[in-house]
Design a protein around this ligand. Sequence first.
Ligand SMILES: Cc1ncc(COP(=O)(O)O)c(C=O)c1O
Length: 394
Amino acid sequence: MSHVINRRSWLRSAGLVTAGLGFSRWQEAKAEFIPESVVAEQRLFGEFAQLNSLPPDTMPALKARLFANENPYGISTSAKEALNKATAIGNRYAWMEFAQLKTMIAQAEGVTAKNILITPGSSDVLMAGAAYYSQKGPILTCRPTYDDLLERATAMKGQILTVPATAGLSYDLAALKAKALSTPGLSMVYIVNPNNPTGTIVPPAELAQFCRDVAPTVPVFIDEAYIDFLEPADRPMLGKLIADGLDVILARTFSKIHGFAGLRLGYVMAQPKTLQLLKPFTNGEFAVSITTLMGGIASYQDQAWQTYCRTENTKARDYTMKALKGLGYEPIPSYANFILFPIKMKTKAFEGQMFGQGVGIQTREIDRQPYCRVSIGTQAEMETFIDAFKKVVG
Ligand SMILES: Cc1ncc(COP(=O)(O)O)c(C=O)c1O
């Protein structure tokens, strides 16, 4: 199939081969470097097998892996201990653990356990949302945003409607509201806050008001994968809207602040009746292992670890913003663990040359302008990124 991109052809298209950077240079390779866009494509077309059958020496050992918005600090010590403990009872189905995690989340978010469904990462509920709502009517959103749900909905012959983003590439809530309330038959409004790839947020009070105005007419689905990077006082805390009975759906993940991207844990909060509608399209709660659940319960309680990851992320992000500005670039103010900024090179050439320097990033074009999206790694990784960036852009 012509749309299939494997690592080797992707490397080639990214300019690594033409840049004379042979695969043998990366024989000690450990890092996976599949851009999210490629992952999404592979996931949609079921071509993972092709990726995985490639010889391991086609993967570069990156000095800084900054393309997938992962947590560079790993998982907390308490979560590791809980994971180890859980392996001893891996022969048992999880049971009380689901209730335990839900009770903790419900208390923190001001909802009840009946408003929560545990998922293996938040992608599961994004895919369920795509499957359910795409069949009911058009989905409304703002682009650029995280495209997984939208691409799946499109693949299922659903219709996506958009309103333009603001000049600062933020969600335009006023335009969304006007369109949501004037378009008959909409199935859902999809908002990512903080948004990916832009890192922007919408003001919490405005988002809450938006939900109060729109959700009585059209369900509002908010993907809050990066919400934990906001200081607790700055979070919109939209659970109260769910407690008030509004049809608001909040997708959360442990992949980011908790560092569980590979362990796969997330949850969704919504009205019990909305959860019942979405559930048949998810993989079901038993898709989450007892190991991951017990690790997640420990991590959820480990406030010190979450604060540490958030604080370090802010410091390394501030450093990177300042360094980029010092080099004459204009990064978009970010509230997440990545930064988007316009570049002055073609996307593939830039991406290829950065990988050639051992730094994995993502690129994309927005309104014909090439952009780099760099995830926030450790301070040392961000210094490596800036050094590589200086070499590449001259
Ligand atoms: C905005 C957003 N939502 C959801 C996800 C899915 O993450 P996961 O399935 O690991 O929870 C991601 C992953 O990067 C993301 O950026």
